[in-house]
Structure formats: C-alpha cells, structure tokens
Design a protein around this ligand. Sequence first.
Ligand SMILES: [Zn+2]
Length: 376
Amino acid sequence: MSTDTSRRRALRPSGKLLQEDARRHHRALILQELFAEGPRSRADLARSSGLTRVTVSDLVAELIDGGLVAELGAPVESRIGKPPILVGLRGDALQIVVLDLSVDDQVTGAVLTLSGEVCSRDQQSLGGAKGDAALALVHTLARRLLDRAERRVLGIGVGSPGIVDPSGTVVDAPNLGWHHVPLAEGLHEAFGLPVYVANDANTAVLGEHTYGHAGEGGLMLLRVGTGVGAGLVLDGALLHGHRNAAGEIGHVVVDPDGAPCACGRTGCLETVVAVPHLRPRLAEAADPDAVRTAVGEQLGRVLAPVVGALNLHELVLSGPSELLDGALLAATDRVIREYTMPVSGEGLVVRTSTLGDDVVLLGAAVLVLAGELGVS
Ligand SMILES: [Zn+2]
C-alpha cells in the first residue's frame, strides 16, 4: 500500500483566506441571502450569515453606496416598538446581457435585470454561417443588446453548444464549426466587460435551479434541441466532470442497429430524441403517441441508471413541448420507476421545464451573477 501523501487530494484550500477574499466571501453571503430570500433586516442577515452585526452593517453600507442594495423601510407588521429597517437587492440597479447559441441557425439574446426580468430581446439569424462568420454574428448581436441596456451592465453570459472549458473557450461545437474558439476572451476584448460562457445544457440547469422553482435535491436537466445534452446540479453545485464533459449523454449508444449519428457512431440517444430526428418521425407516424411512448421508454432506460446512481430529486426535460409533453414524458417517468429501486422513485419528480425557451438565457444570467456577485 502506498503511503505517498502527495497523491492525496485536498478537499479545501489550505492556509488562511486572504483578507480581501474573506470580504468578498462575506459580501457574497449577504447578497446570496437577499437574492434567495428577499428583503431582510441587518439583524436577520447577521443571524443567517453568522457574521457580526458590525460586519453586516459595514457590508450593507458598502452595497448601498455601490447601488446594489437599498433600504426599503420597515415591514407593516412590526409597527410596535422600534421597527427594523429592511434592506433589499435592487433588482433593477444593474443589467445583464445574455446570449443563447443553442437555437438552430440563430443566436437569441436579451437584456435582463438582476431579478431575471426581460427588458429587451433580440435575435440574429446565422444564415448557415459557421466558424469565424458565425462568431462575427455573435459579436453583432452582443453589440446591439449592449446598446439597448439602460443601466450599467454587470457582465455578459453565454450558453453555447459543445464542450466549453472553464476559461470560456469553446473546445468543440460541430454545429457552429468551432474548434478551440476563445469566445469569452474575444467578447471581453471587444466590449471590456466580464464574460462567462458555459455549455448550453449546463447553463439551462443553472437557470432551472435558480429561477425554475427547483427543489433542494439533485437536479438533472435534459436539453432536447438540435442535439441532446444534460446538465446536473448536485448538492447545490454544477457538475463539470473530469474533462468538462459531464452530462454528454446524447452520444450514448441506445440502439447499435439504429441510425448513423453526426459523431460517427450508430444509434446514439441523439438519433432517437433530438428534434431533427424526432419531429419528422412524429409527422409521418400513423399513431404519433405510440412513437412518443416508444421514445419515452427508450429515454427512461437510458436515464434510469443515472437516476439510480445519483438518487436525483428532479429530472427535467427541456425542449419543444409538443414533442416532450404528454405520452413521451409519461413513458420516461414510468420506465425510470420500473427500472430502479423503489427508494429511487420515492420523491422523484419527472417534469418539463417551467421556463420554456428562456431557460438558457436565464441560466446565462446566473453565470454572471455567480461570477460577479457570488450569487446563484
Ligand atoms: Zn453520436
């Protein structure tokens, strides 16, 4: 047995946090509480954060000066005695520009408030453009949205198809003809703002987790579009995987005798469920619901081991509702329960996304909130 301690992995950073890091962390705790729970008194914030009243008052004063937080007066029910003054996040104080590159042959975007309300929307057709031409059109749309922002922009968030590394470089996105495209760096150089880029399914699961009334347990979102991919939030954190490819379930082979896939294999999940495959199949079918049921059962067989292994709380299907709702969703739900232990099915929720087409845009806002304010 090896006793080489250098092979062990540290679970948390060793050494003391630098003072500036600690302050940033404390500031994030306050913003996190106000973002998740709404207006609070300074005493409430001290209780929930474990920080001293003095530290909380100091941080709140700094956030008020910075325009991120405002005093809102006393709550109506506490008019007797000295009422506590509530402070709250100014959702309209700053704006976020977000882009979704996962829609077939177009880029969609929006200007959002910190609370996730849409102030303005726009889109840009790609007209079949790939590579540098597609990248130029992404910049064009970003510029138009920035011109429309009416407040200071906190940052730019982007959900992109393909494998995206932590620096915001798109390592591989065949549908856009991108290979090692430093998307975040290019947008940052062009616009001088913080830029966060993540895979579209990972972005979507963050959107669902933060804005989609998701529960506290493990959440998997399966995004069905031109391709198929999944994002996972476990114990409150996005799962990245060893090579940033966690959730790439679309190219798991489900039918070795099936249709050829863009990746070079045969019968990947994508060739069964992705919109360009499923939609025409349903249009030609004599009994579309029988096809939906068969596809839902196939999907359930692929997802059951994942649900069982991770003891997920929620499985969310995100994509065109006319394809996924009804018979497909019901069959997926049924087969997952049939193929796993009863404990895996207890409390499991299988549903479609509550956020519809905006799930990636809202998730892109979460990337910026998390990166800039420590809020998500
Ligand atoms: Zn494939």
